[in-house]
Ligand binder design. Structure first.
Ligand SMILES: [Zn+2]
Length: 193
């Protein structure tokens, strides 16, 4: 089957589909015209969904991904119109931190990236808690870095107390305090902001 962007395409004997091609690959992030590999129509009670499998034509990537779209009948005939598609997996742009950050708190970098992946996947309830955890590692590791003789105290104490006691620069202390208010909201049952 050949598919052209925006064309009506024969899916089988009865179904014609207006196909909207993804314009980039969620693995390598390159702007590409992906190759349609296979398709599947999922029939629900009230709506239908088209799951299309694509291959990235970028030679050094060549990976498979899915687009998923709600279908609607067009003019009551056998034509189906694809709405906005959702890509699986979702694309997560690479995040680079300064070498100093990676050196002082390598776990912050990894936790932040995981929280960002959750956010990009629409897992907002999880992402906020992840960002809060990343912040805790960054602040505590920073305090251990500047006050290594207090490492045990810093690791045991509540983060808000660590910030007040050990963060040496006033502007960092103020930013950290506000970030903690917001971050704590993400972790608790009842939000205060
Ligand atoms: Zn690719």
């Amino acid at each position: 089957m050949s598919v052209t962007r925006g064309s009506t395409t024969q899916i089988n004997d009865t179904i014609l589909m207006y196909v909207e091609l993804p314009d980039f690959c969620p693995h390598c992030g390159k702007s590409v015209e992906p190759i349609l590999v296979s398709q599947n129509i999922v029939k629900g009670n009230e709506s239908q969904c088209a799951e299309l499998c694509w291959k990235c034509p970028n030679g050094i990537c060549s990976r498979l991904f899915l687009s998923s779209s709600e279908l609607s009948v067009q003019n009551g005939n056998a034509y189906y119109l694809l709405s906005q598609y959702q890509l699986i997996p979702t694309y997560c742009p690479p995040i680079d931190f300064a070498d100093e950050v990676d050196r002082v708190s390598p776990q912050f970098s990894e936790i932040y990236r995981q929280a960002n992946r959750a956010e990009n996947a629409g897992l907002n309830e999880i992402a906020g808690v992840g960002y809060r955890r990343a912040l805790e590692f960054l602040l505590k590791d920073y305090c251990v870095y500047i006050r290594p003789e207090k490492e045990d105290d810093i690791k045991k104490e509540f983060l808000s107390q660590v910030v007040q006691k050990f963060v040496d620069r006033e502007e960092i202390k103020q930013i950290a305090t506000v970030a903690l208010w917001l971050g704590n909201d993400e972790s608790h049952y009842v939000k205060k902001t």
